[in-house]
Structures are given as structure tokens and as C-alpha cells.
Design a protein around this ligand. Structure first.
Ligand SMILES: [Zn+2]
Length: 263
């Protein structure tokens, strides 16, 4: 149990790092600028105000120097990262009997670790700016195929290959049909590339499940947004976070997903 607490805290810090990666990849801050700073007043943040999750609540979501709001996405991404990665750790290392450590399980863990990190960064950038940088989607697709080929994933190379193409193609078709009917651009290329990544790591079957979960959860989110803000007309809802949600649910509960959709 103590190891899980330790692992959870490490992944909180990793989530903090992913926040920085996401933020810097969609702003023009030099990527390797060393210390964290407030985007509003550019004051450097002391290390004791830079502790994952706790600092945000301690500072009540505001910069201590200029009082600018700090996005709730920071603690949210940190907590999500810690929960998902700890879940991954348990699933890979502990469910095969206790502490099933060998080289292949370690590689398997890191393959999914990279995949989920990319989904978390995409979630943040898509929420914040409706953008998913290709480094966190399309560029990782070949890695999914390689990992599948090497036997680090639950799917084989063919499933990974078909999953990647299927993931891209199905959203492309939806986008074309949507544009034909409404004469409006409804879906970004970023969403297609993200679903292609999901297909490459989890297979074509997961693409179906992900689309199902993303449409239902995205629709619920859009409806509650409209009800809360009382705004009418077109609102822009990012699809990336809901696709990521679908992939995460499928990864952890694949048997239930299959049962739910096909029985
Ligand atoms: Zn500030």
C-alpha cells in the first residue's frame, strides 16, 4: 500500500510536468526555459508554491504576486495523471500476482505511459486552445505500431496498423458528411490524428468504443455548458478530451465495454 502512495505522488509531479509541456507547446515560451513562472506577471514561482495540486488550493487558484487566475486545468491534469498512471501501474505490475517485474512488463508499462501522457497533454491543449499538437498525436502513431510489433501492447502489429487507419478514416468521413450537410467545418484534423493514435495503441475495436463514449460524454458536457452559461447558438467544444476519456475507459474496462456494446 505504501508503494502505491509513493507512486501516486511521483505521478502527481509527472502531471505537473505534463502541464508545463502542454502550456509551452501552445504558447511561444521557449521550451527549455528553466523555471516555472506566472504567465500573467512573469514572476518566477518559488518552489514551495509549485507543489502539485496543494499549491493551487493553498493559493486559491491565484498568482501570489499579481492575483491573476491560475487555470483549474493545472490541478485537474495533475490529479488525472496521478489516477490514470497509478491505475496503469497496478494493472501492469500488480494484477499478474504481486510485483511481476520483468523486462517485457516494464517496457509494456512505458509504452502505455507514453500513450497516456500524450492523451493528457492533448486534453489540456485542446481544452485551452482547441489545438492538439501533432507531436502528441500523429508523430506517436508509428511508435504504437512498433510497440505492438515488439509485443509490448495487448494488440498485435496488424491490429495497431488497422486501428490507426480506421481511427483517422472514420472521423474524416464524419467530418466530410458533416460539412456536406451543414456547410460548416465541424471537426479539426487534430481530432482525427488523436483517434488515429488511440487506434494505433488500442486497436480498431477501441476506436468504436471510444467514438461511442466520446459522443455520449461530449454531448452531456455540451448540454451542461449550455445550461450553465445559458449561451445559445454555436459553442465550440473540444473533442480531444472526450476521445481520451473513451480510450482510458476502454483500456481499464475493455471487457465491460465489449459486454455493454454487444450483448
Ligand atoms: Zn502573476
Amino acid at each position: 500500500m505504501i508503494i502505491l502512495v509513493f507512486v501516486f505522488l511521483i505521478f502527481l509531479c509527472w502531471g505537473s510536468f505534463l502541464n508545463v509541456v502542454a502550456y509551452r507547446s501552445i504558447s511561444d515560451v521557449p521550451f527549455l526555459k528553466k523555471r516555472s513562472f506566472c504567465p500573467s506577471c512573469e514572476h518566477f514561482i518559488e518552489w514551495f508554491y509549485n507543489i502539485p495540486v496543494f499549491s493551487w488550493f493553498f493559493l486559491k487558484g491565484r498568482c501570489q504576486y499579481c492575483g491573476a487566475r491560475i487555470s483549474i486545468l493545472y490541478p485537474l491534469i495533475e490529479i488525472l495523471t496521478a489516477v490514470i498512471m497509478t491505475g496503469l501501474f497496478v494493472k501492469i505490475f500488480m494484477l499478474h500476482g504481486f510485483y511481476f517485474f520483468n523486462l517485457k512488463t516494464i517496457f509494456s508499462f512505458f509504452s502505455y505511459f507514453i500513450f497516456f501522457s500524450a492523451l493528457l497533454v492533448a486534453t489540456r491543449t485542446d481544452f485551452q486552445a482547441l489545438v492538439i499538437p501533432q507531436i502528441f498525436s500523429l508523430w506517436l502513431v508509428p511508435f504504437g505500431m512498433i510497440f505492438a510489433y515488439l509485443g509490448f501492447l495487448k494488440i498485435n502489429f496488424m491490429q495497431s496498423f488497422i486501428g490507426a487507419i480506421f481511427g483517422y478514416a472514420i472521423l474524416w468521413i464524419v467530418a466530410v458528411v458533416f460539412k456536406y450537410i451543414t456547410k460548416k467545418e465541424g471537426m479539426g484534423v487534430g481530432d482525427m490524428e488523436l483517434l488515429s493514435l488511440i487506434g494505433a495503441f488500442l486497436g480498431p475495436f477501441c476506436v468504436w468504443v471510444t467514438i461511442f463514449i466520446a459522443s455520449v460524454s461530449g454531448l452531456l458536457f455540451a448540454t451542461s455548458c449550455i445550461l450553465i452559461t445559458k449561451k445559445k447558438g454555436m459553442i465550440k467544444i473540444p473533442l480531444g478530451p472526450f476521445l481520451s476519456l473513451g480510450a482510458v475507459i476502454y483500456f481499464f474496462f475493455d471487457k465491460w465495454c465489449i459486454w455493454f456494446l454487444f450483448k
